[in-house]
Design a protein around this ligand. Structure first.
Ligand code: ADP
Length: 631
């Protein structure tokens, strides 16, 4: 053997050892078969992968590694290849199932190549184990199915659109909503369903969402009238990059329809209540006015008992009017028609006014009614003064009504954190704790309906709503048999910080008259009458009488001899029909409205026109100038 052939032999041996090591350590099954399909060699991983002991495969037909349905066919594939050269797996790779010794199938990737050793043809098969990959794919598929089942079970439409614009996923509700069978039909279906321009709005929204993150919400009304509320959220890759937007839609059409129905019903209720209240109040005002007239009449023909009957008519009429006003107030608040004009107003004046108003009732019921406000409480509350007075009057009248003879009612106050809490305390019958929840419900009298105490269960509902509308807070504590405390809390500022404020301007609405006067106000609207009465509470020397029409006013004017007439412009229009004698020689203020500026009224020296609605300071100035001339 020469030196060269020794080298070649060493090299050949060396590379053989090299390849053997490679094959033996490969993490893929490598086997060699002959033209008949008999296994000539198999590396250790083949045994591990398919469960055979070392060398157990050598000499076996390769068909033993194939699933049952392929067994018997492999010989034919091989023969066909050998005769025609048409490959089945040879020279290519494909995913197949290999049969484990124990019978189960193992997913593998099989690549087969043909080699010639001397003049013999052999085939080398390399199988890579795909079990882990197949398992992972099965898990992904399983998760996907689960997700699909879940989103299909959601009644709301859900769809996913990739940032490129492709729709990737849609649940059943989404497909049904636009009447298509498959996600690929969504783009066209949406195009048809959306009104002009909406597609662009939604695209712009998607861009904004992609840039800013999200989520974003939008309401979309389709061409067919249905309204959907959409919530859009970005979906990110694991690496953090956004790649799609998921949209969850909610068909709000039934809800919106129900809301519109409810609003219509509420409107109808308010209109009915307001019409009814008007219809009831007009004759009731007449009853009250004429009863008042009879009571004040100097004519001695009424006997004592007739006088008492008239008093009873008057009292019951007032009670009925108060109830109607409460019901109307509630209807107006519920219909959102109540306007609140908050301003800074002296707390002390508000409380004293309310106490002053309730004093006659407290006296009749033999209940002491007092203010326990701290000395020097000279700051201002941020409230609508008229509405706030209504709140206090409701609370105080309840505290008096649901009390015992010789009981007490008092108002105290505490200031904290820029707020003032006013408490209306009573030593009355109290409220059981299990009744407190229904306290502010309209028409809920908490069993008081069985008592002789008059009421309709509306006052506290109105109070509660008014406090809420003025951004305040109302709270109650009560002990049965001991009494109750209703407290209301509103923003408060001390006198120091309120100097020079609107509160001062309001206080300037005071009058400096020397003697008492009667004023007759003519207005068919009893709400306006009440506002005027509230305004007059600030002027103790003036007594206000109201008439809802000119004939009643005429009769009242003869009996009461008022120093001043105030006439709503709308009612002044009817004065002419009635004859103008009744205003002649009297001081008159006409509150002109947009619709009615009664130019036919002229009595130059003692006549003033004011624009209605009038501020209390303008009214005070006009009254002052007209009445001081008469003093
Ligand atoms: P009304 O007094 O017209 O019945 P409200 O709405 O003012 O209606 O009050 C509802 C109910 O709450 C009353 O019927 C009464 O049972 C109870 N209530 C209210 N204030 C008091 C109070 N200070 N003490 C005891 N019970 C009260």
């Amino acid at each position: 053997m020469n030196e060269q052939s020794t080298m070649d032999g060493r090299c050949a041996r060396g590379s053989q050892a090299h390849y053997k090591a490679l094959v033996d350590s490969a993490a893929a099954a490598i086997l060699v078969i002959d033209e008949r399909g008999i296994i000539l060699d198999a590396n250790p991983f083949t045994h591990t992968l398919l469960g055979y002991a070392q060398n157990q495969l050598v000499g076996q037909d390769v068909e033993c590694l194939m699933p049952p349905e392929h067994q018997g066919k492999h010989g034919q594939y091989l023969k066909k290849y050998l005769s025609t050269g048409e490959p089945n797996v040879i020279g290519t790779g494909r995913r197949v199932m290999a049969r484990h010794r124990e019978g189960h199938l193992v997913p593998v990737h099989l690549a087969v190549s043909e080699v010639w050793v001397d003049a013999r043809r052999e085939f080398i098969g390399i199988m890579s184990d795909l079990s882990a990959l197949t398992h992972a794919q099965a898990t992904v598929q399983h998760e996907r199915n689960r997700l699909k089942t879940i989103i299909d079970a959601i009644g709301n439409p859900v769809f996913v659109r990739e940032l490129g614009g492709q729709y990737a996923l849609a649940n059943r509700a989404c497909l049904q909503a636009v009447n298509v069978d498959h996600v690929t039909q969504l783009a066209e279906a949406f195009g048809k369903a959306l009104p002009d321009g909406m597609r662009d709005t939604l695209n712009a929204l998607d861009h904004q969402l992609t840039a800013d993150g999200g989520p974003v919400h939008i309401d979309v009304t389709l061409r067919d009238g249905r309204t959907f509320k959409l919530a859009k959220t970005l979906i990110h890759h694991l690496a953090g990059e956004p790649y799609a937007i998921v949209t969850v839609a909610y068909d709000a059409t039934p809800l919106l329809q129900a809301m519109q129905e409810a609003e219509r019903a509420n409107q109808a209720k308010s209109d009915f209540l307001s019409a009814m209240s008007h219809e009831l109040r007009t004759p009731l005002n007449s009853v009250l006015g004429y009863a008042q007239l009879l009571l004040k009449s100097p004519d001695p023909t009424l006997s004592d008992s007739q006088h008492q009957y008239v008093e009873q008519i008057h009292q019951s009429g007032r009670h009925l009017l108060a109830l109607i006003n409460d019901v109307l107030d509630l209807a107006k608040i519920e219909a959102g028609k109540t306007t609140i004009n908050p301003t800074w107003y002296p707390a002390m004046a508000l409380v004293n006014d309310a106490i002053h108003t309730l004093a006659p009732l407290a006296e009749r019921q033999k209940v002491s009614l007092q203010s326990h406000l701290p000395q020097g409480l000279d700051g201002e509350l941020y409230v609508d003064p008229i509405r706030f007075k209504q709140v206090l009057i409701n609370l105080l009248s309840n505290a008096v009504k649901y009390n015992h003879p010789q009981g007490s009612v008092w108002v105290d106050a505490r200031e904290a954190g820029g707020n003032l809490t006013l408490c209306v305390n009573d030593t009355g019958i109290g409220i059981a704790s299990d009744q407190l929840a229904g306290l502010f419900e309209p028409f809920n009298r908490l069993m008081a309906e069985d008592s002789l105490i008059e009421g309709a269960g509306v006052g506290l509902a109105v109070t509660h709503q008014l406090v809420a509308k003025m951004q305040g807070r109302i709270e109650v504590t009560s002990q049965v048999g001991e009494g109750s405390c209703f407290s209301v809390t509103f923003p408060y500022r001390s006198a120091l910080s309120s100097a020079g404020s609107e509160g001062k301007v309001l206080r300037q609405a005071s009058l400096s008259l020397k003697q008492p006067h009667r004023v007759l106000y003519i207005d068919r609207d009893s709400h306006q009458q009440r506002l005027m009465a509230d305004c007059f509470e600030d002027w103790p020397l003036l007594t206000l009488h109201c008439a809802h029409d000119v004939s009643l006013a005429d009769a009242m004017a003869h009996t009461l001899a008022p120093s001043l007439l105030i006439i709503n412009g709308d009612d002044a229009a009817t004065l002419q029909d009635h004859g103008l004698q009744f205003i002649e020689g009297r001081s008159v203020i006409v509150l002109e409205t947009e619709q009615n500026k009664p130019h036919h009224l002229h009595t130059p020296s003692s006549f003033k026109r004011l624009q209605h609605p009038v501020s209390s300071s303008d009214l005070a100035a006009a009254i002052q100038s007209l009445l001081e001339d008469r003093e």
